[in-house]
Design a protein around this ligand. Sequence first.
Ligand SMILES: Cc1ncc(COP(=O)(O)O)c(C=O)c1O
Length: 380
Amino acid sequence: MSSKRGAVAPFLIMEALSEANRFAQQSDKRVLHMSLGQPGSSAPKHVLDVVTDRLQTAPLGYTEAGGMLALRQRVAQHYRDEYGIDVPYERIFITIGSSAAFLMSLLCAFDKEDEIAIALPCYPAYPNIMQSVNITPVFLRGSPEHKFQPTVAALEALPHTPKGLIVASPSNPAGTIMDDGELKVLAQYCDAKHIRIIADEIYHGITYGKRANTILAHTDQAIVVNSFSKYFLLPGWRIGWAVVPPQMTRAFTSLASSMFISPSAVGQYAALAAFDCKGDLDAVVAEYAANRKIVLDGLTAMGITRVAPVEGAFFVYANVSHLTDDSVAFCRKMLYETGVVTVSGMDFDREQGHHYVRFSFSGSTTDVTEAMERLKGWLA
Ligand SMILES: Cc1ncc(COP(=O)(O)O)c(C=O)c1O
């Protein structure tokens, strides 16, 4: 028996992936993944060249707990270049993906039994990690009108004020972006009510027309988690970062050194080099944009039109309630009959996810095109 804290719900996507792997072994159909939560492209060549060099020449020991100075300073530069704001590097901590940044943020800023609000549908690791450290997720029912994002009205409707709020923009699974005005209103409201925001900005850089602003433009009291796993194409290198409020830097440093000693040195060299690859990284975003159009056009042609506006990330979160009341069974049938792997909305929303499917378009344009052709034939 595991502890109560350890008894978190498994990701359904993992089960779907194992099933897809078993199916791939038996079937002569090539399995096409519209399930991936990571870029289909690998690290830019320049990153690999730099890392190859560092493997020969750098000591690759532990680094400072908060990360290499050069990388923290480079992230500070990124805030100046991308958002026109000054964030002192002392508030920036390099972490083992944004996943570790999130865990450390919970530990630094919240106590046992605190409540943190989060809009549904959401990235499932968040409530799971909260549960594992005895923090209570309080779910806000996201609605298509508000692009499944949290609102002041939804917070006001809670029986009592939560201690924290998760903001994810662009979000996973919905891919929606909070307008800067809405972000500002939310930040000001939360500061006034002493609600600590954790803003997940991991999909920044992957947007289609509309820009996602950082919450740090409106408050220095939010914690931001971000990562090199998405726009920067380095998911397996396990490097992310957190920006913490000025009064939290000491606690963050102590926790980081006790829990992890330091993030991977080689991963940090890769991350530093990735900042010099904007051309390659933006070319991948252009491919996502082409894929996005293929998927949205394809779904429309199939009569699947109730989709959240895909403003960022690489997902379409589609309402399929006219086709099924059980999206887990629907996705499984789709796999066996077409070889296309998708994710049921149940991973992101246990209450209403049975009516939703998440389609990822982070794969190659060739695969995305073929997957949509197969689905068109299937649904016809
Ligand atoms: C919304 C969101 N946040 C955080 C993560 C964690 O990513 P990482 O730990 O690789 O930075 C993911 C991964 O898929 C995600 O989709």
